[in-house]
Write a protein that binds this ligand. Structure first.
Ligand SMILES: [Zn+2]
Length: 312
């Protein structure tokens, strides 16, 4: 068995390590808001790549898979679909998992109740004096995602820094504060079902490494000089982007988008995803048509193909 990625000493004997905290993402990942992580299909969009990669979850219907890919799912995709989303086996050890749990529990107990379950209509930010609890929790998501998901590339220097923070349990605020970190809270008001309108996934937009974590959005940067404005479906605003970059801070600021703004963000996100998907189909169809007929398809034919997929 390979050594654990965190301690690098013990064998990586832990199965089912959630690299995004289960208690945070669970409510987002099902259609009826109940606590079973079933159905739903997630897309992992990378802006630097020319493709859409879809990650299935268990019980995603074969229909939905065919709709997406216009073909039957491959054996390994179905296999992948059976695994628990955003979790991995044999990457970390059982002992290190308890370190993760400690960090997560402290956040869930001390910070989460100040955010979830409140209505922040009209409020634009909230700040916290306990920067250690907040930073360790969000940086833990960043660290584990960087280790577990190849589509979320983080510079080695930052990975080593994060590893050190988590492993040594050295809560030196100066070290923690040296990592530029932007957190947005998407105020989710209403019943559990409302959370299913949020999204879980990752996106890399230039130097901006984004984790969509249900009602939280994490933006982390390797260096302060890497911090540059990106729109991100209306989550960021040019006027206050710098204000919400925590770096060497005394209090940790979290940007709040109220419930209405949250829904606007996801509308934009889905629109962009749909546009990207349509152009992906267009390209795929055109390429295979060219191969077969040695001329490009008529625009009418391309439209018919897209319509057929959309209305499947
Ligand atoms: Zn370990």
């Amino acid at each position: 068995m390979a050594p654990c990625k965190l301690c690098r000493e013990r064998a990586a004997d832990k199965k089912n390590t959630h690299y995004l905290t289960d208690g945070i993402i669970r409510s987002c990942l099902n259609e009826d808001g109940s606590n079973t992580r079933e159905k739903a299909m997630m897309f992992n969009i990378s802006w630097n790549k020319d493709s859409i990669e879809a990650k299935f979850q268990r019980s995603t219907s074969i229909d939905a898979i065919q709709r997406t890919f216009g073909r039957e799912a491959k054996e390994e995709e179905i296999e992948g679909a059976k695994s628990i989303p955003f979790s991995v086996d044999y990457v970390f050890c059982v002992a290190c998992e308890t370190i993760f749990t400690e960090i997560e529990n402290k956040f869930t107990k001390d910070v989460l109740p100040q955010l979830r379950g409140n209505d922040f209509t009209g409020q634009k930010e909230i700040s916290f004096e306990d920067i250690v609890t907040i930073r360790k929790f969000f940086l833990l998501q960043v660290y584990r995602t960087a280790i577990c998901d190849p589509d979320y590339p983080i510079d080695n220097a930052l990975i080593e820094k994060l590893r050190d923070i988590i492993l040594t349990k050295d809560d030196d605020p100066e070290v923690l504060k040296s990592i530029p970190l932007n957190i947005t809270y998407l105020n989710t008001v209403g019943k559990d079902y409302e959370y299913t309108k949020n999204t879980v996934g990752i996106a890399v937009v230039g130097n901006n490494k984004v984790i969509l974590l249900n009602d939280f959005v994490i933006q982390v940067f390797e260096n302060i000089k890497d911090v540059a404005f990106v729109d991100l479906w209306g989550i960021n605003e040019r006027s206050d982007f710098k204000h919400f970059i925590n770096y060497g801070e005394d209090i940790f600021r979290i940007k709040i988008l109220d419930n209405k703004q949250r829904l606007q963000v996801w509308d934009k996100y889905h629109q962009e995803r749909a546009d990207k998907q349509v152009s992906f189909y267009k390209r795929t169809f055109t390429v295979s048509y060219l191969k077969k007929h040695h001329r490009p398809p008529a625009p009418k034919l391309v439209r018919a193909f897209i319509d057929a997929i959309i209305n499947y």
